[in-house]
Design a protein around this ligand. Structure first.
Ligand SMILES: NC(=O)c1ccc[n+]([C@@H]2O[C@H](COP(=O)([O-])OP(=O)(O)OC[C@H]3O[C@@H](n4cnc5c(N)ncnc54)[C@H](O)[C@@H]3O)[C@@H](O)[C@H]2O)c1
Length: 383
């Protein structure tokens, strides 16, 4: 068995799929681990650490993965790399299957078995493989420190001989994994934090990390599996209206709201941001979502001014802390690989819920139904 760890090629990707401390988990199975030189460089993991951990550095991986049985990456492989995979090779990466149908078709046609980390079900047994959560944790923390850095004022209360400086008021919208981490981090820095989420269970979680839960006179929106449901247009407008005074009163706003498989909801209009005081800060984690973020006018990777506020748009936020993000991702990936392994060889149990849910292509077929439906649409193969 030969495992290849590639250097990521997508723009702004700085993470690496396997970190040196986890090489031994795979070599311990009798597998060879080949690492493309420079794969860990941007995550501050130099080639020497991989070599010392027992990996082989192979410059040839940059243009030829045909010798690999298993390819590990963070982002999906480029199409030209996929087309040259060995028939029956396995890939493990994030793989937005419905958004990249042509890539899925290539994986199918080359006979690859591909697994998408974002499709690992959120069941207790799969917690150690949950890359969405591990990367959201990093993103939520990063949003909080970006917010603290941009805000030109204290977050904590300071009582000094020269007088009292009040604490900053931070508002967080969306209290999933990232939002709760943003709340916990801004609380640790001493801010007064208020947060809102459409799920009923979120209020208790918000309070448990030391923030005030904003309760609006609106029905909650619980969907399947403990996730949020999409808002109707009417409800979205009413929610924005009810949140306007809270946004106007905040020194900083952090938005982290998402609904799986749907566009990120527009929670805050530019007009709402314009009501914030000069010097306010808005951090929109969702800014790089395909159809726009939670805040109207936010731009991924940039700080723009709306009224007197600075608005920071997230762009691949976990990759902004590549060392810990890679460490956590690598742990998720190696745990999934362990699940796919029997008697030292890749031999997935297709009856296993985690295996079945996270597989996108296998044996010349698209197994992930939503991706198959996209491919069956007219023009789906080339989209
Ligand atoms: N292994 C597990 O069991 C496991 C692991 C991780 C998360 N979860 C749960 O899954 C749920 C979602 O977590 P996530 O971080 O993936 O969420 P997510 O990234 O899908 O969304 C972030 C948050 O945005 C909220 N949201 C959506 N629309 C909103 C709106 N219009 N206004 C305000 N907030 C809105 C969602 O309710 C969610 O809390 C949570 O209940 C979390 O505890 C379970």
């Amino acid at each position: 068995m030969r495992v290849a760890v590639v250097r990521e090629t997508r723009e702004h990707e700085t993470r690496v799929a396997l970190t040196p401390e986890l090489v031994g988990r795979l070599t311990g199975l009798g597998w060879e681990v080949a690492v493309e030189p420079g794969a860990g460089e941007r995550a501050l993991r130099p080639d020497e650490e991989y070599a010392a951990a027992g990996a082989v550095l192979d410059p040839g991986l940059a243009h030829d993965l045909s010798g690999a049985d298993l390819v590990l990456s963070v982002q999906p492989l480029a199409r030209e790399r996929v087309r040259r995979l060995r028939r029956g090779a396995t890939t493990v990466s994030f793989l937005p299957a419905t958004q990249e149908p042509a890539l899925v078709a290539d994986l199918r046609d080359v006979g690859a078995t591909s697994f998408a980390m974002e499709l690992v079900p959120r069941i207790s047994r799969a917690q150690s493989m949950d890359a969405l959560s591990s990367q959201s944790l990093v993103a939520g923390y990063r949003c909080a420190v970006v917010c603290a850095g941009l805000l030109r004022r204290f977050l904590p209360l300071n009582m000094t001989a020269a007088g009292t400086v009040p604490p900053a008021e931070v508002m967080v919208l969306g209290a999933g994994v990232a939002g709760l981490q943003a709340i916990a981090t801004t609380r640790r820095l001493g801010a007064v934090v208020r947060a809102y989420d459409v799920r009923a269970a979120a209020a208790e979680e918000i309070r448990s990390v030391g923030a005030h839960a904003i309760e609006l006179e609106l029905p909650t929106l619980e969907g399947a599996g403990g996730y949020a449901r999409e808002m109707s247009q009417e409800r979205a407008e009413r929610q924005r209206e009810l949140l306007t005074p809270y946004v106007a009163a905040a020194d900083a706003l952090i938005t982290t709201a998402a609904v799986p498989g749907r566009a990120a909801p527009l929670l805050v209009t530019a007009a709402m941001v314009e009501q914030m005081r000069p010097g306010s800060v808005v951090v929109d984690l969702a800014a790089d979502a395909p159809t726009g973020g939670n805040v109207e006018g936010s731009v991924p990777g940039e700080v723009v001014r709306i009224g007197g506020a600075q608005v920071w748009g997230g762009r691949n936020v976990p990759a902004q802390m590549p060392e810990p993000a890679s460490r956590l991702y690598a742990a998720n990936v190696t745990d999934l690989v362990a699940l796919l392994t029997r008697d030292g060889a890749l031999d997935p149990d297709w009856e296993d819920e985690i295996v079945a849910s996270s597989c996108v292509t296998h044996d010349g077929e698209v197994r992930h139904e939503p991706a198959r439906l996209v491919l069956e649409e007219p023009g789906g193969e080339t989209a």
